[in-house]
Design a protein around this ligand. Structure first.
Ligand code: FAD
Length: 317
């Protein structure tokens, strides 16, 4: 059965929020950033930092593959699971699971995928969301509620086996999605988490982006926070001779914005993933009413993240 219970066009929330009509694939954004910067930025691929030693005047850095080097400052920007961050801030970083695990992969497009992102709720809080991309394929995700139990650390084959078991009886197009689950380099399963840190700098080492303040994909704010944070950090470093002042100002300017972004709407994620048939029916009834009336405007307040509420300081960078 493929009956639409409620539909929200991309302009429903003023072109913003979870159904915004502007979307860029992460790999495309990475390529754009790389192509814009590689002539004046040194990139080291296939390597990582394994040891940091802050001498007070410099930071001595040990790489897994390359030779040791010394830098004035180190900024960890290696995502929510940042190993570089943990070398310095492991004792103070709070990785907070929101109680949901999600798998992402690409599947072949079929006519029923159409041009809209679709969302299917099954009992036990399971959801399936295929969304057509700009490559002629469809990006699929499968989510399920889970206590922190380490599913993300299983091997990909074991994760797929787990998904096949957890999504038995989920109906709709789920069997097709399960059958088409991606190849190893196009399959990613993770516990949805937020990262909270009491401070984003210590001596000569700082953190930026998801490594410092991951708001989770549920917030829709990660791609706003990471470059905004990098911009503010770079701007403050350019304007203050002492890195300690720059780091303190970076945090002072950005912290209120991050706090707002990490504040998930009430009931998220449980409200969008009911466990029972009655719960799904109630959710569908509310969404159907919202899609047909001005209630959508009220929903706006809960669903649209505060991406536009931060004014970029004019550093003249
Ligand atoms: C499936 C999914 C969907 C999302 N959807 C949205 C959305 O719709 N809207 C939105 O705003 N945000 C979304 N986000 C969040 C968004 O992708 C992140 O907030 C954003 O990418 C954070 O950027 P970042 O540069 O801080 O970290 P990342 O993008 O995670 O980049 C970290 C980089 O560091 C590299 N790395 C990892 N470990 C090391 C190491 N030890 N040494 C060196 N390099 C390392 C990684 O390979 C990666 O290239 C989504 C996230 C996920 C997972």
């Amino acid at each position: 059965m493929n009956r639409t219970k409620a539909a929200f066009a991309s302009g429903t929330f003023g072109g913003q929020g979870p159904i915004a009509d502007l979307e860029i694939l992460r790999a495309d954004l990475s390529r754009i950033l790389y192509e814009t910067t590689h002539t004046h930025t040194e990139y080291l691929f296939d390597d990582e930092i394994t040891q940091l030693s802050d001498t007070g005047k410099k930071v001595d850095v040990t790489f897994r593959n390359g030779p040791d080097r010394t830098f004035d400052l180190v900024v960890a920007a290696d995502g929510a699971c940042s190993r570089t961050r943990d070398l310095i801030f492991g004792d103070t970083t709070d990785i907070r699971p929101v109680g949901l695990t999600t798998a992402y992969f690409t599947i072949l497009r079929q006519p029923s995928d159409g041009t809209w992102a679709r969302w299917h709720n099954a009992t036990q809080g399971r959801t399936a969301t295929p969304r057509p991309d700009n490559r002629g394929t469809t990006r699929a995700s499968l989510s399920y509620p889970s206590p922190p139990r380490g599913d993300e650390r299983l091997a990909p084959d074991a994760q797929k086996k787990l998904l096949r078991r957890l999504f038995i009886g989920a109906g709709w197009e789920v069997p097709r999605i399960l059958t088409a689950m991606g190849t190893p380099d196009d399959f990613f399963l993770d516990s949805v988490t937020q990262v909270r840190m009491p401070s984003w700098a210590r001596e000569r080492v700082a953190v930026v982006g998801d490594a410092a303040y991951c708001a989770s994909p549920l917030s829709g704010m990660g791609t706003s926070l990471a470059p905004t944070g990098a911009y503010v950090l770079a701007g403050e470093l350019a304007h203050h001779a002492h890195h300690g002042i720059a780091f303190a100002r970076y945090e002072h300017i950005l912290r209120p914005y991050v706090t707002r972004a990490q504040h998930l709407p009430p009931g998220v994620p449980r409200i969008a993933s009911p466990r029972t048939r009655a719960g799904i029916h109630a959710l569908n009834t509310v969404l159907r009413a919202a899609s047909r009336s001005r209630i959508a405007k009220a929903l706006n307040r809960f669903l649209v993240p505060p991406a536009d509420t931060f004014t970029l300081p004019p550093y003249g960078l």
